[in-house]
Ligand binder design. Structure first.
Ligand SMILES: O=C(O)COP(=O)(O)O
Ligand SMILES: [Mg+2]
Length: 226
């Protein structure tokens, strides 16, 4: 008797994986700092603060500007007001993302997004780039009680997609840990916002710097899925 076909999914991180969003996050941070005359931070600094969600981002901004953490709540609110008003103007899709998503869809993959960015702006950005229709699930930093690297986020995406197994594609140490804890194969996109000097230091099953090769990588990792 033929066994039931295993439904497989691909789970994508968002910031630094599908989109280069640091320029809009940077702009919203500097608009926030400007409102209270607290200076500004450069793009590379802000890029290095991305990955653990907006609350940690603002903590790091406050620390970098030598401000008081008691201002965190107000600054987070101001940041979100600016970011939600303008989340996609300076943001770009990484080259080859749309073609890869089309190919995965044509191959019948279920796809979802697992991001520490809040769900609202995440969905707005996917829509702004016309790629929202590819994803059967979007879990953001404020969707559950927990954030990545807690595996609950990736497992929620997998469940919402009705998948039995998944390959996780992300850009950072946080994604690597989340995928490992969720028992998913992990493909590392090396052009995003990781912290390690050497990408060999990030646990991974495969890595890529160009979305053109992701299709072949996912096919190989999927063969290992049960
Ligand atoms: O918003 C963040 O800090 C990170 O977002 P990501 O999980 O999509 O990389
Ligand atoms: Mg990321």
């Amino acid at each position: 008797m033929e066994g039931r076909r295993v439904k497989k999914a691909i789970i994508f991180d968002l910031d630094g994986t599908l989109i280069d969003s640091a320029p809009d996050i940077h702009a919203a941070v500097n608009k926030t700092l400007a409102e209270t005359g607290d200076g500004e931070l450069d793009l590379a600094t802000i890029r290095s603060f991305i990955g653990n969600g907006v609350s940690v981002l603002i903590e790091r901004v406050i620390e970098a500007r030598g401000l008081d953490q008691s201002r965190h709540g107000a600054m987070l609110e101001t940041f979100l007001r600016h970011y939600e008003a303008d989340p996609a103007t300076l943001t770009t899709l990484y080259p080859g993302v749309e073609d890869a998503l089309e190919q995965f869809r044509d191959e019948g993959w279920a796809m979802g997004v697992c991001t520490n960015k809040p769900e609202g702006p995440s969905r707005d950005i996917l829509k702004a780039f016309g790629i929202d229709h590819f994803f059967g699930s979007v879990v953001g930093g404020d969707t559950l009680e927990v954030n990545k690297p807690d595996p609950a986020m990736a497992l929620a995406v997998k469940d919402q997609l009705g998948a039995d197994a998944a390959v996780y594609v992300g850009d950072s140490e946080i994604d690597a840990e989340c995928a490992w804890k969720a028992k998913m194969r992990f493909a590392l996109f090396t052009e995003g916002y990781h912290k390690a000097e050497d990408v060999d230091d990030i646990p991974q099953d495969a890595r890529f710097s160009d979305f053109d090769v992701l299709v072949a990588i996912v096919a190989r990792l999927a063969d290992e899925l049960r």
